[in-house]
Design a protein around this ligand. Structure first.
Ligand SMILES: [Zn+2]
Length: 660
């Protein structure tokens, strides 16, 4: 379908060209989508005689695509829309769409129709789609009796409601740290201090939003300020989310039991590459062993260094970790991470990452000023593949009050070859964006107006941007499949973090960085020796980084693998932390209350570490001396990104690597 067709576009999105949405309009848009879905399912069920792809799978897939877009767009507006009334309506409608999707997933008549299709002479992608769909029906409990299916629906609807409320609390509850003595900000970058002036009472207020929090943890010399920020950040949405989490875990366990699984973690891995909770435990155990000695050594090195600066220091607390790592890297690797921030003003990084992806994957991006967006900070971009329009993305990259607090890529509309173009949004919280001026100079991200915040990013922010853009390219280039159900990032869930983490690796290339990372006042490109020092310094702490991921991974598994009736999320957090991390535990850490991955990934946080292994293996195929121009990128595009979810993950891996 052509995106420029105004009538069709109006039906695709709940907003008009000006981006305005009212709660009532959103409601009628979603109801329209639900009615369309019902029509499609009715048509499918009314087929007499032989079921075929055309008379059964096509309406089923269109129904899935309709529900998917309605749910994704409602969920997007819940995450980003400035008006709380619309956000609340969007959350309510996200629930309604999820309930419709659950009803469809337990519809026995639809299951029987799909199972009765003539599958002779069907291509492998379609066969894979149908097999996965039938498997997912069985995992949902479609073969249970009426009363059990009704109960499963109730439980699923309850889980959706608890999940949405948990996420809402994290999104809306920002904690604040008050600073009464400006000297407490010592060590922080000058532009950070300038952007946080004191009020009339002399109080400087810092929020737990990422661009406020992260620099404090990395740069503030004042240990007490870091501790206060740590506590503020790790008590977000507490205590409200503690009980919600326990309720959600109980519901999930009941679902798993009804379906014949020992735990939710077993159910949630049954259709994944991982296969079972036992395999996950084994994977965690192997990484735990492999990383232990390295992490202990790193800790001892940093502690010894810190004691040299502060004699008598007993141990490092969780809240000291970022700061002392930074100090150690300055001394051991002659690398001060503040020294690269001026090369990473937001606008130049955005332009540079788009340019990198365009060259790598042979596509082009055009800003679309006509497309409706939900906030003036948001930009819309059309993607062209060899001159052919092939999708659209939206960038919503800076914090706002009431907006989601994390970094994610959200597929909005699944692509269907020849019928519908894929759309995806990035929802991030990077520095900058306070002046909402779409005409800002993007040439080299220069800014002569010193009062304007250029949005200087830490290098880890730039890595995150590459990560999210990897998801985005997967959604667009994989979004050209014949069926919505296998379109874009619809691989097994535990393959999803491969394309994102693969693209992260490109950040370390000095030549690539120099193409866009220019000092925001002078325009000087980032010097190669600075990049080399940055790479060496950031490589220190890898074992510690693995342990941190393992701490999250184990926690996500344990809460979904232990009996929920006796589960104490606080005790489990403390035990898990002490098992994996060498730093002193900080009492009152309620990190689980804002750990939104427990909602979305449930037990499967292992996906990050599992996919990191695959991503690094993939990156090893690229020619390091010629990252952008060699043939590997296009081979990667066609073997990994373009198939979307039309093949099993293990097959994608073999297609690209020629081995397991
Ligand atoms: Zn990701």
């Amino acid at each position: 379908m052509n995106l420029s067709s105004a009538a069709e576009t109006a039906a695709l999105h709940p907003w008009n060209r000006s981006g305005d949405i009212a709660a009532a309009g959103l409601e009628s848009w979603v109801q329209g989508r639900l009615a369309r879905q019902s029509q499609l399912i009715d048509a499918l069920l009314s087929v007499q005689g032989q079921k075929s792809l055309e008379n059964t799978l096509r309406p089923y897939d269109d129904a899935v695509a309709t529900l998917s877009a309605a749910g994704s767009l409602a969920s997007l507006l819940d995450s980003v829309y400035p008006d709380k009334a619309v956000r609340d309506k969007a959350r309510e409608l996200t629930q309604v769409v999820a309930e419709a999707a659950t009803a469809l997933s337990l519809n026995q008549e639809v299951y029987r129709a799909l199972a009765a299709m003539d599958m002779s002479l069907v291509d492998p992608a379609t066969t894979h789609y149908v097999n996965q769909t039938l498997l997912n029906y069985r995992l949902a409990g479609v073969d249970k009796d009426d009363a059990t299916r009704a109960h499963l629906r109730e439980l699923s609807d309850k889980a959706t409601e608890l999940s949405l409320t948990f996420a809402k609390h994290v999104q809306e509850n920002v904690n604040r740290v008050e600073v009464r003595d400006a000297a407490e900000l010592d060590g922080l970058p000058a532009d950070y201090i300038r952007n946080h002036p004191a009020d009339e009472q002399g109080v400087i207020t810092l929020t737990t939003d990422y661009p406020d929090m992260q620099p404090v943890m990395t740069f503030a010399t004042n240990a007490d300020l870091r501790l206060r920020m740590f506590r503020a950040y790790n008590t977000r949405a507490y205590p409200a989310n503690r009980q919600l989490l326990l309720d959600l875990l109980a519901v999930r366990q009941e679902v798993a039991s009804i379906l014949g699984f020992a735990s939710w973690a077993d159910l949630a891995t049954a259709n994944q590459m991982m296969g079972s909770a036992a395999n996950m435990k084994k994977f965690i155990g192997e990484l735990e062993q492999a990383s232990r000695a390295g992490a202990e050594r790193e800790y001892e090195m940093v502690l010894a260094f810190a004691r040299g600066q502060q004699p008598g220091l007993a141990a490092l607390k969780s809240s000291d970790r970022g700061y002392w790592y930074e100090q150690y890297r300055r001394q051991a690797f002659d690398f001060d991470s503040q020294s690269v921030r001026p090369y990473f003003p937001y606008a130049a990084v955005e332009a540079g990452i788009l340019e990198t992806a365009a060259r790598l994957f042979h596509v082009s991006f055009q800003r679309n000023q006509e497309a409706g967006v939900w906030h003036p900070q948001v930009s819309a971009w059309d993607v062209y593949d060899r001159g052919r329009l092939c999708g659209r993305f939206y960038l919503d990259m800076h914090p706002r009050e009431g907006k989601d607090k994390w970094f994610s890529a959200a597929p909005l509309i699944p692509g269907i070859a020849g019928r519908q173009l894929p759309e995806v949004a990035l929802i991030c919280n990077f520095p900058g964006g306070k002046a909402e001026d779409p005409s800002r100079d993007r040439s080299h991200g220069r800014s002569d107006d010193r009062s304007h915040d250029p949005g200087l990013m830490q290098y880890s922010d730039v890595v995150t941007f590459f990560h999210e853009f990897g998801h985005l390219m997967h959604a667009i280039l994989g979004g050209q499949q014949a069926w919505a159900g296998v379109s874009g990032i619809a691989t097994e869930g535990d393959f999803v973090e491969v394309p994102s983490q693969m693209l992260e690796e490109f950040f370390h290339d000095a030549r690539l960085l120099a193409s866009f990372a220019r000092q925001y006042q002078t325009g000087e490109p980032i010097p190669p020796e600075l990049v080399e020092r940055m790479n060496r310094a950031s490589a220190f702490g890898r074992a510690d980084g693995v342990r941190t991921q393992l701490f999250y991974t184990s926690y996500a598994l344990d809460v979904h693998n232990l009996p929920p009736q006796t589960l104490d999320p606080d005790a489990l957090l403390e035990q898990g932390y002490k098992r994996m991390m060498p730093y002193e535990w900080i009492d009152g850490n309620r990190m689980y209350a804002s750990f939104t991955h427990l909602i979305g990934y449930s037990s499967n946080y292992y996906t990050y570490m599992f996919d990191k292994v695959i991503a690094l293996d993939f990156f090893g195929q690229f020619d390091r001396s010629n990252l952008l121009e060699g043939p590997t990128a296009m081979r990667y595009r066609s073997a990994i990104l373009e198939p979307g979810g039309s093949k099993p993950g293990t097959q994608l891996i073999e297609d690209f690597l020629g081995r397991e």
